[in-house]
Ligand binder design. Sequence first.
Ligand code: GLV
Ligand code: GLV
Length: 327
Amino acid sequence: MTLPKVYVTRRIQDSGMKLLDGRVEYEVWEEDRPVERSELLRKAAAADGLLATLSDRIDDELLSLCPGLKVVSNYAVGYDNIDVRAATDRGVVVTNTPDVLTAATADIAFTLMLASARRLVEGNEFLRSGEWVTWQPNLLLGADVSGAVLGIYGMGKIGQAVARRARGFDMEILYVNRSPREEAERELGARRVAFEELLARSDFISIHCPLSDETRGLFNESTLRSMKKTAYLINTSRGPVVDQRALYRACSEGWIAGAGLDVFDIEPVPLDEPLLTLKNVTTIPHLGSATVRTRESMARLAVENLLAALEGRRPSAVVNPEVLDGR
Ligand code: GLV
Ligand code: GLV
């Protein structure tokens, strides 16, 4: 029996890699940077399955070169790096890693909220640069998270996990979502509002929607100007949901109080990005799911999804089930 051929575009945790042994014939891109496009196209062309990360653009060009490809397993919950429609048209199953990273991502959103409000990074730099000469009644005063109004844009699993944390901080919870989340309303007292109300009333807005045509550039000059001057914007979803130039103006001209960002238009964010010069903007390098346990769970789930699709079983997290249902 010949084993299916798999290309893995980045070495992931051993807990996942070892599940591949004996089940598939696989090759891994071993470098600590994304696989080059030409190499990806060459390897994918001969593969039955791809295990991809969000650094890999899986578009129609790539798919058109891969007649034998059955599955793209994304090591992420977001899949805006994949042209899902093109994959569906070609009968390629796309899978992702939801649920296992919900808590870690909600935690990082909360981390950025607290760090922004309480000026954590500024304080750390202040201390280490020798500026701390005395305790002062007015030193580095920040904003209260406890008791504040939290606006959640996108009330999926991650948004709801953020809301649960917010309950512990006695926050009032507003949310925008296409459909109502009755359980969150009942259990957390969350209230579904129009986007305009979310912008106008929130002390913190945390973004938890996928990147799509609908959400690209959603936080732009007009919407940022509708926020409170004292409010903070937290983004742990995808960079392009926020217009970075408008956000720079918002944070440097005082339209809003500041921002906490885990994601950027271009990643790694270029060091000449103006946002990086602002003290009221806290930035981290796309660490939403970056805990040991979460990444191990993602690795296992991504491999299990891949193997299921290759072995004719139903993967537990399928993005385009119509491919399986149509078979
Ligand atoms: C990370 O950004 C993910 O989508 O899993
Ligand atoms: C999305 O919000 C998820 O956690 O699946």
